[in-house]
Design a protein. Structure first.
Length: 331
C-alpha cells in the first residue's frame, strides 16, 4: 500500500504533467519488452520493435528488469526535454548512482547486476555515458516512431483529468486516478508492491501520466527527490497500427454487438471498474453493467470484487478473440 500524505500547501502545488516523460517511458517500456507482453495493447508494439532494438539495450535491461525496482537516477530532470534528461543522466553524481544501485540490490535480491555496474558505482564516467547513450538509442529506435501517438494519448488523459478537477475538485480526480485509489483527506491510498508512507511536506506532487505503465502506479524511492506519481492511462487497442482499416474490427461488432465489442476493447486496456469502462465508451454505468454481465457469462471477461468495487479483466478466450487467434482449448 502506498499512502501519500498531503497538506493544504501540497494540494495548491500539485500539478498534472502536460507531456509524457521520455525517460520514464524508456524505463517502463523496458519492463513491457522484457515481460514478453503479447497482449492486445502492447503485443503488436513489442513485435514491431524487437527486430530493431539496438544491441546497446543490453546495458539498460539489467537495470530495468521485467519486474521490480528501477534505479531513480534513470529518470532525472522530470519535465525537461529528452536532450536535457540524457545530459542529466550522463552527469549523475557517483554517490547518487551508488546509493541507487545499493537500493536495487536490496529490493531485487534475486537479480544479479552485471560486473560493469561495479565500475558504474565507482564513478566511471565512461560507463555512465554509455548507459545514457543506450537510453537515447533505445528511445530513437523503439519509442520515437510512436511518440506522436504516445503524446496524443497522454494529452487526452490530461484533458479528461482537468475536466474532472474543474467539476469535482481534487476528490474527483484522485478517486478516478487508478482503480485502487482511495482518497480521504489528507491521505491518498493506492495499491503498491510494498507498504510505503510518502510525505510531501509542502512540496506538492506531480501527477505524471505514463503510456507504457499498465497496471500499477509507480514513484521514486528517494524521499529527497521532487515527489512524482506515475500512473497508467487508457489506450486505444490497435494504437501501434493506426493504419489498420476499420473493417478489421467490424466482425467483432457483428458477432457481439457494438457496445459489447467496445467494452471488450476497453477491458483489454487493463483492470477497470464498471464506471470507468462505461465512461470510456460513453454509455451509462447501468447499460455498461448489463453488457459486462453478458461478456462475463460468455467467459470473455473475468470480474473480481476489489474492496468496495468490481474490477474487470480479459480472460484468455477474450484475448484470443480480440487478437483474432484460435481460442484456447479447454483443459
Amino acid at each position: 500500500m502506498l499512502r501519500i500524505h498531503f497538506t493544504g500547501d501540497d494540494l495548491v502545488r500539485t500539478t498534472l504533467a502536460a507531456e509524457p516523460d521520455a525517460l520514464w517511458e524508456v524505463s517502463i517500456s523496458m519492463h513491457r519488452l522484457q515481460r514478453r507482453d503479447t497482449g492486445v495493447i502492447f503485443g503488436p508494439w513489442r513485435a514491431q520493435v524487437l527486430p530493431r532494438t539496438p544491441r546497446s539495450v543490453r546495458l539498460l535491461s539489467p537495470l530495468a528488469p521485467a519486474k521490480g525496482y528501477c534505479p531513480d537516477f534513470l529518470t532525472p530532470a522530470r519535465g525537461a526535454s529528452r536532450a536535457a534528461q540524457i545530459d542529466a543522466l550522463r552527469s549523475t553524481g557517483r554517490q547518487t548512482v551508488r546509493a541507487d544501485l545499493d537500493e536495487f540490490r536490496r529490493q531485487n535480491p534475486r537479480l544479479r547486476l552485471p560486473p560493469w555496474c561495479t565500475q558504474l558505482a565507482d564513478g566511471d564516467a565512461r560507463t555512465l555515458s554509455r548507459l545514457a547513450d543506450a537510453a537515447d538509442s533505445y528511445f530513437d529506435a523503439c519509442l520515437a516512431p510512436y511518440w506522436d501517438r504516445v503524446r496524443a494519448h497522454v494529452h487526452r488523459d490530461r484533458a479528461r483529468r482537468v475536466a474532472l478537477l474543474a467539476h469535482g475538485g481534487w476528490e474527483a480526480l484522485f478517486r478516478t486516478l487508478h482503480p485502487s485509489a482511495r482518497w480521504s483527506y489528507p491521505v491518498l491510498e493506492l495499491d503498491y508492491p510494498v507498504d510505503r508512507e510518502m510525505r510531501l511536506d509542502g512540496r506538492g506532487l506531480v501527477l505524471q501520466p505514463s503510456f507504457f505503465c499498465r497496471y500499477n502506479v509507480t514513484t521514486l524511492v528517494d524521499p529527497r527527490l521532487p515527489p512524482v506519481l506515475v500512473h497508467p492511462i487508457d489506450h486505444d487497442p490497435g494504437w501501434a497500427d493506426p493504419a489498420r482499416p476499420a473493417s478489421r474490427t467490424r466482425p467483432l461488432a457483428a458477432l457481439l454487438g457494438t457496445t459489447r465489442a467496445q467494452l471488450l476493447h476497453a477491458v483489454a486496456d487493463g483492470a477497470a471498474t464498471t464506471q470507468q469502462l462505461a465512461r470510456r465508451i460513453h454509455t451509462t454505468p447501468a447499460n455498461g453493467s448489463r453488457h459486462l454481465t453478458a461478456l462475463r457469462e460468455a467467459s470473455l471477461i473475468h470480474s473480481q470484487r476489489h474492496r468496495n468495487t468490481v474490477l474487470h479483466t480479459l480472460t484468455p478466450l477474450g484475448t484470443a478473440l480480440l487478437n483474432g487467434r484460435q481460442p484456447p482449448l479447454p483443459a
